[in-house]
Design a protein. Sequence first.
Length: 491
Amino acid sequence: MDSKLSLYNTLTRRKEEFEPLVEGRVGMYVCGPTVYGDPHLGHARPSVTFDLLFRYLKASGYKVRYVRNITDVGHLEHDADEGEDKIAKKARLEQLEPMEVAHYYTERYHKAMEALNVETPSIEPHASGHIIEQIEMVKRIYDAGFAYISNGSVYFDVEKYNAKYHYGKLSGRNLEDIVVNTRELDGQSDKRHSFDFALWKKASPEHIMRWPSPWSDGFPGWHMECSAMSTRYLGERFDIHGGGMDLMFPHHECEIAQSTAALGHDSARYWVHNNMVTINGQKMGKSLGNFITLEELFTGSHKLLEQAYTPMTIRFFVLQAHYRSTLDFSNEALQAAEKGLDRLMKGVDALAKVKPSATSTVKPEELEKRCRTAMDDDLNSPMVISALFDWVRIINQLVEGQQTITAEDLELLKGIVNRYVFDILGLRDEKAAGAASGRDYVTPLVEMLLEERLKARAAKDWAASDRIRDGLAAAGIRVKDRKDGSDWEIE
Ligand code: ZN
């Protein structure tokens, strides 16, 4: 591996050089969506962030097993151990079987991910398909002495765990702070302490999602699935665990406690968290009226949106910020991203118009070096984009003949640009993709007219030349003359 990737590890609170457990291979687990509603802006950020990491690891030569789960059971309304299951509630309200709800929104999520050009993970396990693994892990935690049974439910004994290990090490908390910040139990709970959490919950009579277990007919606690499924597919120790910052506490903290209690040690070496999304400076929330789904963004059908934004505009916008900074959505910012993406894609297109010379006045390997250094520095995608923009300017100078490049260097440059723009940043040329899906009638016709115009100019028939140019302009096609021909673009 010639890459020297450094990642910010939430666990140690510093950037660390990435060293996989097994040379050349990476195991990565990322918490996926709870499938009870349409995918929204909050889903776009982690999926694009970890897609970038997945793509970069692969481009750096690693074999990556990327596991991203689907939560289709056990995520209760109040995140902790109380309230109705989110999927069961939706099913009750819409008179559907819970798995119909989960299936429907999983499909919607996949469609949105495809639109954002997010690659499918290596494995996408569902929580409901891994009840046996979860029960087995609860047994191990219980046998190790870190859980207690209460009225058919099993709870994690945080105090006992904390006496041996440190509960709160990921989020930088101590149990004393957690005690101060959690409300007292109201006497109704089966838990000994408010900070304990459910590993297995006994189902109430009206609870429809239930499975048999040694303790009761019930369902696993929300945090359980990720410990069980990461162990199942990546082993007791693996390289990277990712997710949104909002999951750090309690979800990831509980995952660490569960895995440590069951296995005697931590599972993941690097914990990577993306920062949150805000809208016009505000947190996104249903009650705030600024909850925007991805479909609403793609179609422009939300009162806060001045226009529709293409999936690649959203992806580019996410990539323009470093994943550990907050990202604020606004129409102005998205419109700026749309222009930036257009400029980048035009630069990529312009590469095809560059004619090689005998000598080079430019060094493509400098672009490669800048992009790689930026990516190795904790996935600094904004720096990659800024390097690419500098080269869009250079490409335009090459087209205009202000700089020169040899055939060999031109091939090198094309390779670097394609690798970073398409393979690593994962951008897609939406205009070209649109043209490919229907037949492109425009390009051959315009090229033909421009050829005629070139002949007219060679014959000094300026009237004919102008007539063709003006005719194209009337059709919305702008012609730009160069020394050795002409370019055109659709306005
Ligand atoms: Zn998780």
